[in-house]
Design a protein around this ligand. Structure first.
Ligand code: TYM
Length: 331
């Protein structure tokens, strides 16, 4: 069977980009016969940004509660907290000794900060901690530790999977076939879900719609999504509209077909937004309630994650030993 693996870092509330780009496809893949899924809270990745203990704890539970509220079944797949699997961090160091610094210099996330610092005439590395710089290596360790074949992610993570393949090859070239080379899997249509302002929906752009937002606020946020200024009666192109893109993710097939017709005949953006709110809110109602229930009993979440970590370690522990022997440790 094939291993599918993906993680989310606790640096903010789960937003629609995370849900549509990663969680929804990942939960669907997990149902397919022959796939073994491993999904996790990438808390040590979150530590590159969040330096407030209370906030960090809350956000980590939030990621776990979201997956569970959306129907992740911890009996059927492996669901854990990255920090509960120490083998990942040993592998992180090992891999870092096979990763050229130049490869990290070229990583998009780091380069974006450097470019922005240059523009502001600051030191190029202003605000960059070593965790952030090494981020792709830890992600490679996450993926390679479990012989992952498929990584469902949004487009912004594609380069990280490619870097993972590079690192794995550097190691394999010296010590022989050890790591599997992973493939990424992106949803073509929603690989980049736009946020309120039309740029990629992202915690760092403050343009997100949290998945479990309360109805009133959700309605308000939906109303803020920017649209073109065509008059209500003008035909609209559903394929380029972010409102329609979202509608599709929450409505049934018949509803989607009907809505498409309405767009082509001309629907006002106000009405299109109302319809979007309705399908989204009725989809979210139940999981949102479950989410709040789970958030009020973090012990339950801890138990689930600890059991998941045990399952994960049953794989990572012997594999790490094998790797260590290959590089010359006597374990
Ligand atoms: P993170 O926490 O930034 O995002 C989690 C997932 O959500 C996807 N995503 C989006 N997809 C479509 N449109 C958007 N606007 C959008 N915004 C976010 C991301 O692509 C991602 O799939 N480095 C990872 C976490 C991670 C990981 C891993 C993922 C750590 N180790 C191993 C896969 C495998 C991250 O920061 O995701």
């Amino acid at each position: 069977s094939k291993t599918i693996l993906t993680g989310i870092k606790p640096t903010g509330l789960i937003h629609l980009g995370n849900y549509i780009g990663a969680i929804k496809p990942a939960l669907e893949l997990a149902k397919i016969e022959g796939y073994k899924a491993a999904y996790f809270v990438a808390d040590y990745h979150g530590l590159t940004k969040i330096h407030n203990a209370e906030e960090f704890r809350h956000l980590s539970y939030g990621i776990a509660a979201t997956w569970l509220a959306l129907g992740l079944d911890p009996e059927k797949l492996t669901f854990y907290r990255q920090s509960d699997v120490p083998e990942i961090f040993e592998l992180n160091w090992i891999l870092s000794c096979f990763t050229s610094k130049g490869l990290m210099n070229r990583a998009h996330a780091y380069k974006a900060i450097v470019d922005s610092n240059k523009k502001l005439e600051k030191d190029i590395d202003f605000g960059v901690n070593m965790g952030l710089f090494n981020y792709p290596i830890l992600m490679a360790a996450d993926i390679l530790m479990f012989k992952t074949e498929v990584v469902p992610v949004g487009k912004d993570q594609v380069q990280h999977v490619e870097i993972t393949r590079d690192i794995a090859e550097s190691f394999n070239n010296i010590y022989g076939e050890t790591f599997l080379l992973p493939e990424y899997k992106i949803q073509a249509e929603t690989a980049v879900l736009p946020g309120l302002d039309g740029r990629k929906m992202s915690k760092s752009y403050h343009n997100t719609i949290p998945l479990f937002e309360e109805p009133k606020k959700l309605q308000k946020l939906i109303n803020k999504i920017i649209t073109d200024s065509l008059p209500p009666e003008a035909p609209k192109d559903p394929d380029t509209s972010p409102i329609f893109m979202l509608y599709k993710e929450f409505a049934s097939n018949t509803e989607v077909e009907k809505m498409k017709e309405q767009y082509l005949q001309g629907i006002g953006w106000g009405d299109a937004k109302k319809e979007l709110f309705n399908v989204m809110n009725s989809f979210i109602e139940e999981p949102r309630e479950k989410y709040h229930e789970l958030m009020s009993s973090p012990d339950k979440i801890d138990t689930i994650l600890r059991e998941g970590a045990e399952k994960a370690r049953a794989i990572s522990s012997p594999f790490l030993k094998e790797i260590k022997r290959k590089i010359g440790f006597n374990v």
